[in-house]
Structure formats: structure tokens, C-alpha cells
Write a protein that binds this ligand. Structure first.
Ligand code: 5RP
Length: 220
């Protein structure tokens, strides 16, 4: 089965977890754009949605799916998103689509977090994918130096990318991820870093993995 067919199949499966009158948190990226298309089919059945990026909001609006500012909802019943890598601990690297800050906020406050990924995103050890960090633009070369000095790895400025918060993204290659939580904490302690694309604190409640033979494996 092709990648896009798997993403569609995962999206159909994820929709089954949405209960009537739910407020649905929406992630970002190519997998989630399939999910949004599926969500359109049940848009009258949900209460509302909140979005993690301008891009997802645009698609939700195009499909007439109700979407509101996150500050207007009291609770988020379910958050559906994808990831760039997931390990056996359900730790994730996210931020390939530069929406990591809102994704981290929404996942952390949602009652249930469902992550949908193609099986090529499952890894024994995180770190083939570089770790994205969102940083404020002020003095970014100095922030890069601090990362190299205190955490290691090779941070590279992502070209031509400005986040929805008008910040920059650094992709850190070759980080030591033998202790992912520690590395996330060390990066979080560097002034100027807004969000670290390592998700170890609020992991998904359910991971749906789409396999290339068409089957779906569920981890929880
Ligand atoms: C965006 C993300 C995405 O979930 C991640 O990049 C996966 O994207 P895709 O579904 O396009 O592979 O974290 O910031």
C-alpha cells in the first residue's frame, strides 16, 4: 500500500475515536490533512475544533468544519496528530511541519491524544530525524552556540521558515538521545528556545500505526 493510502486509512480509523459533541484538537502535516478530510464527513457530529497551525485552520475553514480560537474552549476532548519519529517508550520527535509549539500545548491539555503514523515513523532509537526547536529570532547564532556547548549536536537554521509565532526553527542533527528526557530538559533550559520537538512528557494515549500491508496496529 502507498504512503498516502495508509494515511487515509489511519484517518478513517482515528475518526472512530471521536464521540458526539466532542471538541477536537487538530495537529498539522500531511497525515493530518487526510484526517481533516475525513473529519469533514462528520462535521455536524462534533461540537467544535481547535487547530495547531494556520495551515490546518485554513483547511478546516475550506471544508466548513467548525473551528474556534483555543481560548474559547473549556476543554479539548481529543487531539489527533502525527509525528516524525516514535520510539518504544512512545517518545516522539515532532516539528517537521514547524507547528511544534501549538502541538505541544494542545496535546498537553487534551483529555485524549491519538497519534497516527505510517510504520516507517517507528524507530528503535530516536534521532535519525533531526530534533526541531523553535527559537525566538533574537541572536539566533548565540542560541546555536549555547546548544552546541550545553547539549551537543549540530543545529542548522531551517531555511525560509517562519513559524506561526514569527519565530525560527533550528534542526539539531546528531544529538545524543540516549536519555531523551534529559536532553529535552537541557534544551528547555536554554534561554531563547521556545519549544523543543522532543515529546516525552505528554505522550500519546493511543498510537495507530499504518502498515504497508494495509493493516493497522494499535499501541496504548
Ligand atoms: C508538524 C508535525 C507533524 O506531525 C510531523 O511533521 C509529521 O508530518 P507528516 O504527517 O507530514 O509526516 O509534527 O509540526
Amino acid at each position: 500500500m502507498k504512503d498516502n493510502e495508509i494515511k487515509k486509512r489511519l484517518s478513517v480509523e482515528a475518526i472512530k475515536y471521536i464521540k458526539p459533541n466532542s471538541v477536537v484538537g487538530i495537529g498539522s502535516g500531511s497525515t493530518i490533512s487526510y484526517f481533516i478530510k475525513e473529519l469533514a464527513k462528520i462535521k455536524h457530529y462534533i461540537n467544535n475544533s481547535v487547530s495547531s497551525s494556520y495551515k490546518s485552520s485554513y483547511q478546516l475553514n475550506q471544508l466548513d468544519i467548525p473551528v474556534v480560537d483555543i481560548n474559547l474552549v473549556k476543554t479539548i476532548d481529543i487531539y489527533v496528530d502525527s509525528a516524525d519519529e516514535i520510539d518504544n517508550n512512545m517518545f516522539m520527535i515532532k516539528g517537521g511541519g514547524a507547528a511544534l509549539t501549538n502541538e505541544k500545548i494542545i496535546s498537553s491539555v487534551s483529555k485524549k491524544f491519538i497519534c497516527i503514523v505510517n510504520s516507517n515513523k517507528l524507530v528503535k532509537k530516536l534521532g535519525y530525524f533531526p530534533v526541531p526547536v523553535e527559537i525566538i529570532p533574537f541572536s539566533y547564532p548565540l542560541i546555536m552556540n549555547e546548544i552546541k556547548k550545553h547539549v551537543g549536536g549540530v543545529p542548522i537554521l531551517r531555511n525560509n521558515v517562519i513559524t506561526d509565532h514569527n519565530n525560527l526553527i533550528l534542526d539539531i542533527y546528531g544529538l545524543d538521545l540516549s536519555n531523551v528526557k534529559l536532553t529535552e530538559n537541557k534544551l528547555n533550559n536554554i534561554p531563547g528556545i521556545v519549544t523543543v520537538g522532543l515529546f516525552t512528557q505528554r505522550v500519546a494515549d493511543i498510537i495507530l500505526v499504518g502498515n504497508y500491508d494495509g493493516s493497522i496496529t494499535r499501541f496504548s
